[in-house]
Design a protein around this ligand. Structure first.
Ligand SMILES: C[S@@+](CC[C@H](N)C(=O)[O-])C[C@H]1O[C@@H](n2cnc3c(N)ncnc32)[C@H](O)[C@@H]1O
Length: 292
């Protein structure tokens, strides 16, 4: 698949916030299709280094082709393995790190990965295809209460209870196997509003649960802070309120403890122009902090 399928979000704003020094060592913890990595690389000289991490093998493969540069090291790993990865590379500190959370278009548009409402493939949604838990397990095995909780907590879904109840009723008759079966069920249960597919929030919530995205984020931020040099920066783009809350609270708490200086009192949002050119950027919120 073409790497240009994913348009990187708020590139100018991220670069201003990260403010790379040319000889520095940077980590892109969500290398994806390498959009932000390419921009960081442009700002580094021959001494600079970039470590690109992603838990998805296909992101690493595509980024190898896109970046193809001796200053870059790519590793398939999770946020929670950041320290381990850098230790293996004999890197004990870094000048900056970026997290661009969620999924890339490379993942969403590949129907075989089971992330899309329109896919006739089995519910999957694992970013790392060696992971044990799939979306099928969540939809067909979680209790009604658990489903309701994740739809509320990770999807801000106002019809969480109604959808959870309908899923449980349906699966007694027959398991819900494909993405399209689930999306159609949701469409029958809740009204359509505007242009967004009514299953958007539930699909997001299931994806977050499958990939344990909140736990990963909490662990990733704390490992990143340990690795940062004094004056080094963390930039995070999140795409839903639960994630943004974790990032905001993390920075706030570390600032109170005198470890971080918050660089964004309020989150930076994409411009109207960016949202019109790339509607996937609409919910993005960028926050940054500097290690004291
Ligand atoms: C929004 S995309 C990043 C796009 C990238 N910034 C670009 O411009 O092409 C998010 C990427 O982060 C990866 N990812 C999400 N959670 C992760 C985690 N806990 N550990 C490692 N990678 C993760 C996903 O697999 C996906 O490729």
């Amino acid at each position: 698949m073409d790497y240009k399928i994913h348009i990187p979000v708020m590139v100018k704003e991220v670069m201003e916030l990260l403010n790379p020094v040319s000889h520095g060592t940077y980590v892109d913890a969500t290398v994806g299709c390498a959009g932000h990595s390419l921009e960081i690389l442009k700002r580094l000289d021959h001494q600079g280094r970039l470590i690109g991490i992603d838990r998805d093998e296909s992101a690493i493969e595509i980024s190898k082709e896109v970046l193809n540069d001796s200053r870059v090291i790519l590793k398939k790993a999770k946020f929670s393995q950041l320290k381990e990865v850098l230790k293996e590379l004999n890197i004990d500190s870094i000048d900056g790190i970026i997290f661009d959370l969620g999924v890339s278009m490379l993942q969403l548009k590949d129907f075989s990965r089971g992330f899309s409402f329109y896919s006739n493939e089995n519910l999957d949604m694992r970013m790392d295809q060696t992971g044990a838990l799939t979306a099928w397990d969540v939809v067909n095995k979680y209790s009604e209460k658990e489903l309701e909780r994740i739809f509320k907590e990770y999807g801000d879904e106002p019809f969480a209870r109604r959808i959870a109840r309908q899923i449980v009723r349906q699966r007694v008759k027959k398991t819900i196997d494909t993405c399209k079966e689930l999306a159609d069920l949701i469409e029958r249960v809740i009204p359509r509003h505007g242009r967004l597919h009514p299953a958007t929030q539930v699909f997001q919530a299931i994806r977050i649960e499958v990939n344990k995205e909140i736990d990963e984020l909490i662990e990733g931020l704390s490992q990143a802070l340990e690795l940062l040099k004094s004056g080094g920066r963390i930039c995070v783009i999140s795409y839903h309120s639960g994630e943004d809350r974790v990032v905001k609270n993390f920075f706030r708490e570390k600032q109170q403890n005198g470890i971080v200086r918050v660089l964004t009192k309020k989150p930076i949002l994409p411009s109207l122009e960016e949202v019109s050119q790339n509607p996937s950027s609409r919910s993005a919120r960028l926050r940054g902090g500097e290690k004291v």
